[in-house]
Design a protein around this ligand. Structure first.
Ligand code: UDP
Length: 243
């Protein structure tokens, strides 16, 4: 969705994918309250643009199913713990948003009615239309999936114009920019290039969903202050993946 007037946001509705690790900020486990406050302020600024925002958060700062399974746990139970971890992160973000006066709703893919609403697509769209930040918790609700796939799925379901994937680096690179200072950033890629070159952005299931539903994906650096708002406004930062 484009708009020739630069003061108007380019997107009507977006889905932001945050990893659980992002919530750790400078800590090594759990949630960094100072980082969460900054994140809430940036999400509030996206809302101020008039862009409807859905959010999917991972759980990697607390539990990842694959890691627990490697330690000997049954994989399905481990993934259920991972999904519950995403619910905790979602509640923390909802709290941080509400504390600065932004209306937010957590909707879970697994039923925990004492804690939050169930994910019901029509109700989610209604929340978004009313300008509430809608946080999709518990991934897809199924083991053996990731929250990246949940992000693509929810983005397609709510008919988002863009999927914004927050990372710790400035976009997609030809090699790991943390280990290799000569790594080159791609400005644009196709979904197929991401799949063929096995570029480490999101798992293949998530990329295929974006590809098959022509959902543009932008990868950007969440640690750069203001980057989330700039990406939501449609500025050309990070890496854009399209057909
Ligand atoms: N998970 C799952 N199904 C889903 C989404 C997530 O079973 O649809 C589990 C899985 O165990 C995963 C954990 O939840 O490791 C946390 O999600 P993820 O690893 O995607 O979090 P992130 O890496 O983004 O922090």
């Amino acid at each position: 969705m484009t708009n020739s007037d630069d003061r108007q946001p380019r997107y009507r509705r977006i889905l932001i994918k945050l990893s659980g690790e992002a919530l750790m900020g400078s800590a090594d486990y759990g949630i960094d309250a100072a980082f969460l406050r900054r994140l809430a302020t940036e999400i509030a600024a996206v809302r101020e643009l008039g862009v409807q925002a859905g959010i999917v958060i991972g759980g990697g700062n607390l539990f990842r199913g694959a890691g627990l399974a490697r330690a000997g746990m049954d994989r399905v139970t481990a993934d259920q713990m991972g999904m519950l971890a995403t619910v905790m992160n979602s509640l923390a973000l909802q709290d941080a948003l509400e504390s600065i006066g932004v209306f937010a709703r957590v909707m879970s893919a697994i039923r925990i009615n004492e804690v939050c609403e169930d994910y019901i697509r029509r109700r989610a769209v209604r929340h978004l239309e009313k300008g509430r930040i809608t946080i999709f918790a518990a991934g897809t609700g199924n083991p053996f999936f990731t929250t990246d796939t949940a992000a693509s799925l929810r983005a397609v379901e709510i008919e988002a114009d863009l999927l914004l994937k927050a990372t710790k680096v400035d976009g997609i690179f030809d090699s790991d920019p943390v280990g290799n200072p000569a790594a080159r950033r791609y400005e644009r890629l196709t979904y197929q290039q991401v799949l063929d070159q096995r570029l480490n952005v999101m798992d293949a299931t998530a990329i295929v969903l974006c590809r098959d539903h022509l959902l543009p994906l932008r990868v950007f650096n969440l640690n750069e202050p203001g980057a989330l708002v700039r990406a939501a406004r449609g500025e050309d930062i990070g890496t854009l993946v399209t057909n």
